[in-house]
Ligand binder design. Structure first.
Ligand SMILES: [Fe+2]
Ligand SMILES: [Fe+2]
Length: 133
């Protein structure tokens, strides 16, 4: 397991909390498959994970546009940086199928990033949009 569910910071919008939980469940499955060196399973879960991340980010970006959140460009820029890193990681994975490289990224970049990002950006965005959307 990469991230414990109870360690995900909670924000004041339930939809966002649910999205985060679903993503963490999936990344944990991916992480376990990589640890077990199950390449076929990891391949499938990696693609699912990328789709989930895209849903997560684009849903938040839509909510920010609908609610006219003033700092949406900065919040989106954070998503874009992670999008690019994950795309590069996936490109490398397709070429070398090296589980350790993905494990390292998830441990040292993705997991700490997610925690900080939710604490900093998602929580403030959630306070702005409230629980109504
Ligand atoms: Fe988020
Ligand atoms: Fe976000």
């Amino acid at each position: 397991m990469l991230i414990k569910k109870e360690d995900i910071p909670k924000v004041s919008n339930m939809d966002m909390n649910i999205i985060h939980e679903v993503e963490v469940e999936l990344v944990n499955k991916l992480y376990d498959a990589l640890k077990e060196n199950n390449i076929e399973e990891a391949e499938k879960l990696f693609e699912e994970f990328l789709r989930e991340v895209e849903d997560h980010f684009s849903e938040e970006e839509e909510m920010m546009i609908e609610s006219g959140y003033w700092a949406r460009a900065m919040h989106k820029a954070e998503h874009d940086t992670m999008r690019e890193k994950l795309n590069n990681l996936y490109e490398n994975w397709k070429n070398n199928k090296n589980p350790q490289e993905v494990i390292n990224f998830l441990e040292t970049e993705y997991a700490p990033w997610l925690n900080l990002h939710i604490s900093r950006w998602d929580s403030e965005t959630a306070m702005h949009i409230g629980d109504s959307i």
